[in-house]
Design a protein around this ligand. Structure first.
Ligand SMILES: Nc1ncnc2c1ncn2[C@@H]1O[C@H](COP(=O)(O)OP(=O)(O)OP(=O)(O)O)[C@@H](O)[C@H]1O
Ligand SMILES: [Mg+2]
Length: 351
C-alpha cells in the first residue's frame, strides 16, 4: 500500500512550468491526505489569477493517477498572493502587496478602460483589488464605473466605494464634473499623496493605478509617489506606436519603476454585426513592439463597440458580457500580469 511520504516524493518532482522549481520546494503543497485509495492534495498558488493553475493541477493528477493503489485524486486549490515589492519602513502603503501603474506615452489609448477591466478581472478571480484614479485634471474612473455616491469617512480615513468587487478612489469623487481644477504643482502632489495615505485600503493583493496621459509632470509626480511599483504600458497598433511606447518606457525607467510589459489596445476589430474578427493592422504587431522594447507582451484587446458602450454606461465589459472575446482577452492579460508578478515575488522572497 502506498504511503503519504511516497506521494510527497512524487509531487516533489513536479515543477512549476515557468520557474522550473519543484512545487513542493516552493511551498505550494500544503497537505497530502490518503484515505481508502483516494488522495487529497491541498495546493496553494501564488495568485488566484494563476495562468498555470490548470496545468499544475493536471500534472498533479496525471502523476498521482499513475500510482498503483490510487483510484481517485482530489485537488483543493487556494491562493495567497505574494508581494512583488519590498515594503520599506517609511512605506505609505505597507498592506499593499503589488502596485501596478498603467501608463502610456500618449492620451486616449484606453488606459482607463484597461485599468477598470483589468482590476475587475483580477477581483473576479478572487484577488483583493484597489483602483486609484491618478488623473487629477480629468478623472474618468467615476464615470466609467458609474460611481455616484459620496465617499464616506470613519473620522480618520476615507472609505473607498466598492463596485464590482474592487475598492476605488478618484479625485473626481470630490469635485463636480464642471469644476476645472486649477491647482498648482505642490497642491497636486499633496492631493495625490492623500489618495494613497488618507484612504482606508485595507489589505490589497493588487493596487492598479491609472496614470494620466503622456509623460508630463503629473504622471512623473505620481509615479514618484508609488513605492516600489511596477509599470505597464498601453499602446495602440499605429505606425507611431513604437516611439509613443518608448516615451512611456523612458518615463518608468527614469523613476526606477520596473516595466512588466505592454498591452496592445484596439489590436484588432470585432464587427458589431457578425462578431467576426478583422486584423486591421495585421497581426503580431504588439508582440513585435514588446520585443523591440525588451519587455513582455501581455496581450491584445480588440476594438469593440461593446467596450466603448460599457465605459460610457459605467458597466465594464468584463461585467456586462463576461463571455465576450474582449472580456476573455482582459482575463488572459490579468492572468499573465499576475503570473509575471508572482515570478518577481518568488525571486524577491529568495534574495
Ligand atoms: N478596445 C476598445 N474598443 C472600443 N473602444 C475603446 C477601447 N478601449 C477604449 N475605448 C474607448 O476609447 C475612449 C478612450 O479610452 P480611455 O478613456 O480608456 O483612454 P485613456 O488612455 O485613459 O485616455 P486619457 O489619456 O484621456 O486618460 C473611451 O471612449 C473608451 O470607451
Ligand atoms: Mg484615462
Amino acid at each position: 500500500m502506498i504511503k503519504e511520504e511516497e506521494i510527497w516524493k512524487i509531487l516533489e518532482k513536479i515543477r512549476d512550468p515557468e520557474l522550473g522549481v519543484s512545487i513542493v520546494k516552493m511551498g505550494m503543497i500544503k497537505k497530502v491526505e490518503l484515505k481508502n485509495r483516494k488522495v487529497l492534495v491541498e495546493c496553494e498558488l501564488t495568485t488566484p489569477a494563476c495562468p498555470l493553475k490548470k496545468e499544475i493541477e493536471e500534472s498533479i493528477r496525471e502523476e498521482l493517477r499513475k500510482i498503483d493503489g490510487i483510484d481517485d485524486v482530489e485537488i483543493k486549490t487556494t491562493a495567497k498572493v505574494l508581494p512583488s515589492r519590498r515594503v520599506l519602513p517609511e512605506d505609505i502603503l505597507p498592506n499593499v502587496k503589488n502596485i501596478i501603474a498603467i501608463g502610456s506615452g500618449k492620451g486616449g489609448v484606453g488606459k482607463t478602460t484597461v485599468s477598470c477591466n483589468l482590476a475587475i478581472a483580477l477581483a473576479q478571480n478572487g484577488a483583493k483589488v484597489g483602483l486609484l484614479d491618478g488623473d487629477i485634471y480629468g478623472p474618468s474612473v467615476p464615470k466609467m464605473l458609474a460611481i455616484k455616491e459620496p465617499v464616506r469617512t470613519d473620522g480618520k480615513k476615507l472609505i473607498p466605494p466598492e463596485v464590482h468587487g474592487i475598492k476605488v478612489i478618484s479625485i473626481g469623487f470630490f469635485i463636480t464634473e464642471d469644476t476645472p481644477l486649477i491647482w498648482r504643482g505642490p497642491i497636486i502632489s499633496g492631493a495625490l499623496r492623500q489618495l494613497f495615505t488618507d484612504v482606508d485600503w485595507g489589505e490589497l493583493d493588487y493596487l492598479i493605478v491609472d496614470l494620466p496621459p503622456g509623460t508630463g509632470d503629473i504622471p512623473l509626480t505620481l509615479a514618484q509617489t508609488l513605492p516600489n511599483a511596477h509599470g505597464v504600458i498601453v499602446t495602440t497598433p499605429q505606425p507611431a506606436a513604437y516611439s509613443i511606447a518608448m516615451k512611456a518606457l523612458m518615463m518608468f525607467r527614469k523613476l526606477n519603476l520596473n516595466v512588466i510589459g505592454v498591452i496592445e489596445n484596439m489590436s484588432y476589430f470585432i464587427c458589431p454585426h457578425c462578431k467576426g474578427r478583422v486584423d486591421i493592422f495585421g497581426s503580431g504587431g504588439g508582440k513585435e513592439l514588446a520585443d523591440k522594447l525588451g519587455v513582455s507582451f501581455l496581450g491584445g484587446i480588440p476594438l469593440d463597440t461593446e467596450i466603448r458602450i460599457g465605459s460610457d454606461e459605467g458597466i465594464p465589459i468584463v461585467v456586462s458580457n463576461p463571455s465576450s472575446e474582449a472580456a476573455k482577452a482582459y482575463h488572459e492579460i490579468a492572468k499573465r500580469l499576475a503570473g509575471k508578478l508572482s515570478i518577481i515575488s518568488y525571486k524577491l522572497l529568495k534574495t
